[in-house]
Design a protein around this ligand. Structure first.
Ligand SMILES: NC(=O)C1=CN([C@@H]2O[C@H](COP(=O)(O)OP(=O)(O)OC[C@H]3O[C@@H](n4cnc5c(N)ncnc54)[C@H](O)[C@@H]3O)[C@@H](O)[C@H]2O)C=CC1
Ligand SMILES: O=C(O)CCC(=O)C(=O)O
Length: 428
């Protein structure tokens, strides 16, 4: 790049953002997007970084760091989760915001992508500290968010309670109750039934859909799920008790467990409800977390962090379906290997696989704006219809153009964002 148009801040050198850029280049080449337009599509519109001082329980003042990146504002407000993680960077937030844009566009939602959060391990805070920090984060974000500007939701390390604190802080500032400022709230504040389960429900729907296409019977399958939080635990339970699969592997950040005869997911859930982590759950064999994803199974579900399927292990995956419930689990180098294994390994790419969460968030936002609430059945039915449309479009494009599923799915999203930008003119 030349003429001073090469950005120099920490976003663009971040390895996760680099990964989003590399992925995007593949799509841009496929769609033959000119160079200048590429930059306009990938660079985030706004990136906010805030210092968050709070008084700890021991009386000391600690300053945490928070971020929010809004990728594009061409179609409507931006939308995306808020992550509390000790490793979070502004570059990672930007990558996740970019992926949110393609995800929302693929699902046909009227949003640009956003993401952000706080660089903190929420488990290291007391409940009071967590509340004070969450409220401070929202206070600092008030100039940059709004029901028509940017609408947050839960992601790793956050939950309904954190969304309730965000909603309360924003509403007190504005002088009236504004549930539509966040989604994933408790039902008592205008949240919707099933948002907590929505991402996992979507993952299960898509896995069953793919198995059906491949003429494989779900109840004859085995599954491995990495990550046992909101998304991983709901997915594992659904695969075990709805689809009838044998869940042979479960893991979280503390331990990876494998049993070819199957693990009791409900018992694992009860263990985590008491202890907070899988560590100490006395079933299965403890295995090396680095080898966990390469153990034999039919359905592999990474549902934790980015960049776990790499050049090193992609050739050794033994699954038939890779269902990317996490955001960005597969690196571009790994993709090159998976692309060669196209006939034996069916990839459900992240922007489709985990879209159930933001789709139901969209329903929540729409209902809050209208103060008119739908039934659980209506929500689930509409969720499945949107996922079905996106899945069918991805498979059709993949077959017609002989391109991998990720290229098909992301190119559909990018194309829609590009069309909106072109319709608005050069400087929207
Ligand atoms: N919560 C939501 O609605 C949505 C979440 N996602 C994505 O799904 C993934 C998981 O999110 P949540 O379940 O909400 O987070 P969570 O905070 O509820 O759970 C995260 C889980 O991952 C585990 N974990 C963390 N690091 C790990 C590692 N290195 N190896 C194995 N396990 C590890 C944690 O122990 C925990 O069990 C993230 O990539 C998130 O961005 C995507 C769409 C929506
Ligand atoms: O529900 C939402 O608005 C966002 C969910 C999310 O963060 C994601 O899909 O990665």
């Amino acid at each position: 790049m030349a003429n001073g148009d090469s950005p120099s801040d920490p976003i663009y050198s971040d390895p996760v953002f680099q990964m989003a850029m590399q992925q995007f280049e593949v799509i841009a080449d496929h769609l033959q997007i000119p160079e200048g337009t590429r930059r306009r599509l990938i660079y985030p519109k706004r990136a906010v970084s805030v210092a968050l001082p709070i008084e700890r329980d021991n009386g000391e003042v600690h300053v945490f760091h928070g971020y929010r990146v809004q990728h594009h504002l061409s179609i409507g407000p931006t939308k995306g989760g808020t992550r509390y993680s000790p490793d979070l960077t502004i570059g990672e937030s930007a990558a996740l915001a970019v992926w949110m844009s393609w995800k929302c566009a693929l699902a046909g939602l009227p949003y640009g992508g956003a993401k952000g959060g706080i660089r903190v391990d929420p488990r290291s805070l007391s409940r009071r500290e967590l509340e004070v920090l969450s409220r401070r984060y929202m206070q600092e974000m008030i100039p940059f968010v709004g029901p028509q500007m940017d609408v947050m939701a839960p992601d790793m390390g956050t939950n309904e309670q954190v969304m309730a604190w965000f909603m309360d802080t924003y509403s007190v500032h504005m002088g009236c109750a504004l549930g539509e400022i966040v989604t994933g709230k408790p039902v008592s504040l205008g949240g919707v039934q099933g948002r907590r389960e929505a991402t996992g429900r979507g993952v299960i729907y898509l896995i069953e859909r793919a198995l059906n296409m491949l003429k494989i019977t779900p109840s004859e399958c085995t599954a491995i799920v990495q990550g046992f939080g909101n998304v991983g635990s709901v997915t594992a339970a659904g695969l075990a008790y709805k689809s009838g699969m044998k869940v042979v592997g479960l893991s979280d950040h503390t331990v990876a467990l494998y049993d070819p005869n199957g693990l009791d997911v409900a018992a694992a859930d009860r263990h985590v409800a008491v202890h907070g982590v899988l560590e100490g759950f006395e079933q299965g064999e403890r295995v090396d977390p680095n080898e966990f994803l390469t153990l034999p199974c039919d359905v592999l579900v990474p549902a934790a962090v980015e960049r776990v399927i790499t050049e090193e292990n992609a050739g050794r995956l033994k699954c038939r379906i890779l269902a990317e419930a996490a955001n960005g689990p597969t690196t571009p180098d790994a993709d090159k290997i998976l692309d060669q294994r196209w006939d034996e390994l069916f990839v459900i790419p992240d922007i489709l696989c985990n879209a159930g969460g933001v789709i139901v968030s969209y329903f929540e936002w729409v209902q809050d704006l209208q103060n008119f609430f739908w039934s659980d059945v209506e929500i689930t039915d509409r969720l499945y219809r949107i996922l079905e449309t996106a899945f069918t479009a991805m498979v059709k494009r993949s077959k017609e153009r002989r391109i991998p599923h990720r290229t098909a799915a992301v190119s559909l999203g990018v194309e829609r964002v590009l069309a909106a930008r072109q319709a608005r003119g050069i400087f929207p």
